[in-house]
Write a protein that binds this ligand. Structure first.
Ligand SMILES: [Zn+2]
Length: 342
């Protein structure tokens, strides 16, 4: 089979790779229905996070089970499944507390931008849908694997409740789905911080009530003006830079909550400033597995349509263009269809 492999900065190749096989008895192999490019793939793509060897790319996936190892009990060939970007046994003490993305047996998935994928710990990592879903639902189900699950975690970690005032820092796919999540959780006011017309439009579709174009200190000023000088109850930090983190902390009211899901790159916090800000800070790699059953239901019932976040769809062999379009911010998020599928 052929799949996407990153060789170095801005060098993604679509090339021959070994077809995945069952290696451990707890593995499954799935046929990928659709794959996509994640905002976090852009860190190594841009060379900000160096790679040591050619790396198969892609960690967001859904598809049909082809084969399972002899110890797999709950997942069966022919089922349609969605899994998290982090594997989990879903049974250790950390999993029981709902932090499956820190499972004692965690591995980070890679290699999903290809026609087939090996998934370790299949019973704990994968969630089957009741039936094989229709084609039009696949993009939304795919988002649950990471980007939507991460936006949901950002909102949950930021303690979004019915009636909350929420600010979302970052207008990438995660930020936009953070808006959708906050709306679903009953937020009354959702302020999306964005200066791109197409992203503002999607933010409004997902439930944003206000748009703020300013950033940094000016952005904080605007949030303060809009909240009687107090700050937002909940702030979702979906970027991972010093500027976005500082902006998030300074936009939160004392006693308020920040859910931070942008992978921090070069972020450091001033202890004294944090102390006097009086904010709750909670983030990390999203425990997507915890949310999968609920989010799958919301998609299948038509309550949410996170697949709208894909504004570019390409055959898998054009994966390099999919990365370029996101790197240049021409696309919010690229959907990749294994060749031969529509
Ligand atoms: Zn575990």
């Amino acid at each position: 089979m052929r799949g996407a492999v990153l060789y170095g900065p801005r060098d993604v190749r679509f090339e021959e790779r070994d077809e995945p096989k069952i290696i451990k008895p707890t593995d499954a192999v799935i046929r990928i229905s659709s794959a996509c490019v994640c905002g976090s793939d852009l860190w190594p793509y841009r060379g900000i996070q160096p790679i040591v060897q050619p790396t198969p790319m892609g960690h967001e996936y859904c598809g049909t089970v082809e084969a399972v190892g002899r110890e797999v009990r709950n997942i069966k060939p022919g089922q349609f499944v969605v899994g998290s970007f982090a594997t989990s046994d879903n049974s250790c003490i950390i999993c029981q507390h709902g932090y499956q993305s820190s499972c004692v047996q965690r591995e980070f998935m890679s290699g999903a931008q290809s026609p087939f994928l090996r998934v370790p710990l299949a019973d704990g990592t994968l969630v089957p849908t009741p039936d094989v879903p229709s084609e039009d639902l696949i993009p939304s189900l795919l988002t649950l694997s990471d980007v939507m699950g991460t936006g949901w975690f950002a909102a949950d970690a930021a303690n979004v409740k019915p009636g909350s005032t929420v600010a979302v820092v970052g207008d990438g796919a995660v930020g936009l789905l953070g808006v959708l999540s906050a709306k679903q959780m009953g937020a009354k006011r959702i302020i999306a911080m964005s200066r791109h017309a197409s992203r503002q439009k999607l933010a409004r579709e997902f439930g944003a009530t206000d748009i703020v174009e300013e950033r940094g200190e000016a952005g904080v000023e605007r949030i303060k003006e809009m909240t009687k000088g107090i700050g937002a109850d909940s702030v979702l930090e979906c970027v991972g830079t010093q500027e976005s983190m500082t902006q998030a902390i300074n936009s939160t009211r004392p006693g308020g909550y920040i859910g931070y899901v942008g992978v921090p790159h070069g972020v450091s916090l001033d202890g004294e400033q944090l102390f006097f800000s009086h904010v709750h800070l909670h983030g990390g790699p999203a425990p997507v597995r915890r949310y999968l059953p609920e989010l799958i239901k919301l998609v299948l019932n038509g309550k949410i349509n996170p697949g709208k976040v894909f504004d570019l769809s390409l055959p898998l062999d054009q994966v390099a263009e999919g990365y370029r379009a996101m790197d240049e911010r021409r696309a919010i998020k690229t959907l990749l269809r294994p060749n031969g599928t529509k």
